[in-house]
Design a protein around this ligand. Structure first.
Ligand SMILES: NC(=O)c1ccc[n+]([C@@H]2O[C@H](COP(=O)([O-])OP(=O)(O)OC[C@H]3O[C@@H](n4cnc5c(N)ncnc54)[C@H](O)[C@@H]3O)[C@@H](O)[C@H]2O)c1
Length: 322
């Protein structure tokens, strides 16, 4: 197949591109390198079936001269920590609108990267694809990201209804691994790994009892490969997460990472920062997926335990220590 990946120089995009090329697909990758890195696509840049186009997906002209069977739309602004909510709302909409119009014009399918954040504050764990999406007030800007993805999902389904555009929506639960962004943009794991290596105190937001599940990127990528190669994914939404017993508190994640980096007998340095320091911020206290639909549809099981995945990630991240 011919597959266009937006956000190819980012974390998931670069890992997915490599896997698709290994499986003998043709890949066109686009990125403006705002949050991605050329080093991520260095291993594939000379592959005969790979083409990289640098540019902004919010500009419709960039898509004009390419055509693919499927567009995997990963390029995105995330939770507005570094930028502002306006950019998250506007850029995510503009990019998606351009990709959707392109899919309708060319008869391509869209695979849209959504997020576990759309379940928001829903207290009923685990989340199935049919669960309620429970947002906080619009005055809290962290919800801008989830809202942009919820809007994206509705926008895609509405375009499917009107124009018969095929789609798959994947809601990722905390992916990590080689090529992850090394700042908070990539989630807590990369920041915790760096602090542990430097023997510096790890800052924990709140009391660290909030839980997450973390998916090693090979499992995230294999779920995407199934969605790309199997038409059972057509017009469906899939939670994309780890093995079922993967829930871990942020405090325990910090301790696990510290001990993997500095040895089992080392004493983790942790500092708890009250949420009130972040101003008008809300955290999600528990986030656990039900991935039955993904597993049953594709006869698929995630392979990686957190500890094994973290060891590979820690080993990869070593090279960036200064
Ligand atoms: N990584 C996760 O755990 C996770 C969890 C939930 C959802 N997601 C979603 O999955 C997708 C991929 O996530 P990721 O972690 O690989 O992110 P990432 O930031 O590493 O990669 C996204 C890439 O998109 C590029 N990009 C952003 N805006 C662009 C624009 N206007 N034009 C061209 N390129 C642009 C960035 O430069 C970056 O390389 C995103 O849509 C994200 O919202 C990721």
């Amino acid at each position: 197949m011919k597959i266009l990946i937006t956000g190819v120089a980012g974390f998931i995009g670069s890992n997915l591109a490599k896997k698709l090329l290994d499986r003998e697909h043709t890949v066109i990758g686009m990125d403006n390198l705002n949050y991605g890195f050329l080093r991520n696509i260095d291993p594939i840049k000379d592959h005969p079936n790979f083409q990289f186009i640098m540019g902004d997906i919010a500009n419709p002209l960039i898509l004009k001269d390419v055509k693919a069977d499927i567009i995997v739309h990963l390029a995105s602004q995330k939770i507005p920590r570094y930028t502002n909510a306006l950019r998250t709302l506007e850029e995510n909409y503009l990019m998606l609108r351009n990709v959707v119009h392109k899919c309708i014009m060319d008869g391509s399918k869209i695979l849209f990267a959504s997020t576990s954040d759309v379940y928001g504050k829903n207290p009923n764990i685990p989340f199935a694809e049919t669960s309620d999406l429970v947002m906080g007030p619009t005055t809290v800007k962290r919800w801008a990201y989830a809202l942009s993805k919820m809007y994206g999902e509705q926008y895609i389904i509405a375009n499917h209804d009107e124009y018969d555009m095929k789609y798959t929506i994947t809601r990722f639960f905390g992916s990590y691994g080689p090529h992850q962004n090394l700042t908070w943009w990539g989630g807590p794991q990369s920041v915790f790994i760096e602090k542990a290596f430097k023997n510096e105190t790890i800052d924990i937001h709140g009391d660290g009892s909030q839980t997450r599940t973390f998916t090693f990127v090979d499992d995230t990528v294999m779920a995407l490969v199934h969605c790309i190669e199997n038409n059972k994914s057509d017009n469906e939404i899939f939670n994309t997460g780890p093995k079922s017993d993967a829930e871990i508190s942020i405090k325990d994640l910090a301790i696990l990472i510290w001990k993997l980096v500095n040895g089992p007998n080392s004493e983790p340095k942790l500092n708890y920062i009250p949420y009130s320091t972040f101003g008008n911020y809300e955290d999600v206290m528990r986030r656990v997926p039900d991935i039955t639909k993904l597993c049953n549809t594709f006869n698929f099981q995630p392979q990686w335990d957190l500890e094994a995945g973290l060891k590979v990630t820690i080993d990869w991240q070593k090279q960036f220590l200064v």
